[in-house]
Design a protein around this ligand. Structure first.
Ligand SMILES: [Zn+2]
Length: 314
């Protein structure tokens, strides 16, 4: 009798473990499904994002956080490669303003570089499209999210209400709907998630991509890169509620803002690679103060640079 009871317990335990595994697998696969579906929608809207960028289980994940309209915010992490220690944690963000289409496409192109050459020198967290509703809505893409909020004015700032809302939006922009900072700081799920993610990931540097000013902007310590590709450093000044103001000036996390020249036209293939190389070099030489080991991935990448064509469909 005791033996039968023991067997029964063992069988039940196996069944339970089995069903827990199945549930875990199911949730993993539905996350991967969700990420793939969202990625395919992005590829449909952007000529420079290909369906092969959305290969099932290629590391692009649904973060578990959603936009106002319930679209998943996607991320892809390129983790350290032990025993090598990552020299810096880098957060790369595109599509904060979803009508700046090139800012999303170029991040997908840079992810292709990382897919091939990630060496573990940095720990990357890549968020190709922070504002999915702005891109994937019916009709033209919008700068703002689907509540009509400019996410890059929705981050906390000292006296946010007086500065972001009254001084900046009401007085300076005369209530320009494209620059509405929202009813309160972090009122939007997209900006709230990013602020929390900054706390969790603790990036050493944030690289945010925008368009169309054709410059490099910089907030926070130390000094910004003087040039990335053909884009020169030109400090545009910070706005209350912007990511640069929040992360760069208040949290002391350097924020490199890459303003591409055009929203609707991608830089040439060579320029896309040059901006990337210059950016990686700058992070390598400026962000971790210790001397970095040889960046094998970067070297291999530079040797291959002329051979590959990353930008067939500009
Ligand atoms: Zn922008």
């Amino acid at each position: 009798m005791l033996i039968i009871k023991k067997m029964f317990v063992a069988v039940m335990a196996m069944l339970l473990i089995g069903s827990a595994n199945a549930a875990e697998k199911k949730s993993h696969s539905s996350e991967a499904d969700m990420a793939q579906q969202a990625c395919l929608q992005i590829a449909k809207r952007l000529a420079s994002v290909y369906t092969r960028d959305c290969k099932y289980n290629n590391g692009l994940l649904a973060t578990g956080e959603f936009s106002v309209e319930g679209r998943p915010i996607l991320e892809k992490t390129y983790p350290p490669r032990p025993p090598k220690k990552a020299k810096a944690r880098v957060m790369l963000i595109g599509g904060i303003h979803a009508d700046e289409l090139s800012s999303i496409s170029i991040v997908f192109k840079w992810m292709r570089i990382l897919d091939k050459y990630h060496s573990g020198l940095f720990h990357w967290k890549v968020i190709p499209l922070l504002n999915p509703d702005g891109l994937l809505r019916d009709g033209d893409a919008t700068r703002v999210n689907s509540n009509g909020v400019d996410l890059n004015r929705n981050f906390p700032a000292p006296d946010w209400e007086a500065n972001a809302l009254d001084n900046y939006w009401v007085r300076r922009t005369r209530r320009n709907p494209r620059r509405y900072p929202g009813p309160s700081a972090l009122s939007e799920p997209e900006s709230l998630w990013l602020a929390k993610e900054i706390e969790r990931f603790r990036p050493d540097v944030i690289v945010a991509v925008h368009a169309p000013y054709g410059v490099v902007d910089f907030d926070g310590p130390p000094k910004g890169p003087s040039k990335l590709g053909k884009l020169h450093l030109n400090l545009l000044g910070t706005y209350p509620g912007s990511l640069g103001n929040y992360a760069g000036l208040q949290k002391n996390i350097p924020v490199v803002t890459i303003e591409l020249k055009h929203s609707g036209i991608m830089p040439r293939s060579k320029e896309i690679k040059r901006i990337w190389i210059d950016m990686v070099r700058w992070v390598k030489n400026n962000i971790p103060k210790e001397t970095s080991p040889v960046y094998k991935g970067l070297q291999a990448f530079m040797q291959d640079m002329e051979k590959t064509d990353l930008s067939r469909k500009n």
